[in-house]
Ligand binder design. Structure first.
Ligand SMILES: Nc1ncnc2c1ncn2[C@@H]1O[C@H](COP(=O)(O)OP(=O)(O)OP(=O)(O)O)[C@@H](O)[C@H]1O
Ligand SMILES: [Mg+2]
Length: 233
């Protein structure tokens, strides 16, 4: 890449890298933690320009990132890919918090999730995958788990859904019509009310379809929307 001197035709006034004993490198770094004596704490001091830069050793990296020291003590995610060779081991208590795996497409998010699952399994912790893209069934089987498919291996009763969950399941074309959504919602709400009162022990899709036949004329008549409904049918 041509530099400014080359472009402007200015002669170089410094030795080439291979002839020089002093090599300058420009790097950008973000402060994560600072070491003050024995203590590692949140950065409180602004680094001065010209300050010497040290490469952190594995012990400092582990301390600064709040990691565990020993691979079997926590979730061993892997080793650093470059720089100081350090094992990245999340502390066991990390699992009690939320985790967020982010990265660009193909950067290894799903793979990292698989590694975490293997590590959780190593600690004999139960795992449930809600796997909408069937990415993990091979791993689940390998770890001795069971793969179940909704609709085939288990069903969710319609009466256990909330109104918005049910409306979410409607076909896209139906979602565009507020009248059709209102009809489904009203039928569902009436059945839910029956359920709460104890008039019904549970209800299924057939009950909902029957109820829709009941409430639809009420709603369409009230809104003077009969024509719209016939058009859409
Ligand atoms: N730590 C790793 N070691 C070896 N191979 C890896 C590692 N992480 C990811 N890969 C490989 O890189 C490829 C992409 O990884 P992965 O599918 O996990 O990425 P992703 O971030 O989930 O992608 P997407 O955004 O498409 O979901 C896969 O072939 C995976 O096997
Ligand atoms: Mg992925």
């Amino acid at each position: 890449m041509p530099n400014v001197r080359d472009t402007l035709g200015i002669e170089r006034n410094y030795p080439l890298e291979e002839d020089s004993t002093t090599i300058y490198r420009l790097v950008e770094a973000d402060l994560i933690e600072e070491i003050a004596g024995e203590e590692i704490r949140a950065p409180q001091t602004l680094p001065r320009s010209g300050t010497e830069v040290f490469v952190a050793d594995p012990t400092e990296i582990v301390k600064a990132l709040g990691l565990a020291n020993n691979e079997s003590a926590g979730l061993f995610i892997g080793k650093t890919a470059s720089g100081t060779n350090t094992s990245i081991v999340l502390k066991r208590e990390t699992i009690q918090r939320h985790m967020f795996i982010c990265g660009t497409t193909g950067s290894g998010k799903s793979y990292a999730m698989g590694v975490i699952a293997e590590e959780l399994s190593k600690h004999k912790l139960p795992i449930v995958f809600i796997d909408t893209q069937d990415e993990y069934s091979v791993l689940v089987k390998k770890l001795g788990g069971q793969v179940v498919e909704p609709g085939k291996d288990f069903k969710i009763r319609i009466s256990s859904l909330t109104e918005s969950e049910l409306l979410d399941l409607l076909p896209e074309a139906m979602k565009k019509s507020s009248l059709q959504c209102d009809i489904v919602a009203k039928a569902f709400d009436e059945l839910q009310a029956d359920l709460k009162r104890g008039d019904l022990p549970k209800f299924n899709l057939d009950d909902l379809l029957e109820k829709i036949k009941e409430v639809a004329p009420e709603l369409t008549a009230k809104e003077g929307d009969v024509q719209r409904v016939t058009e859409q049918q």
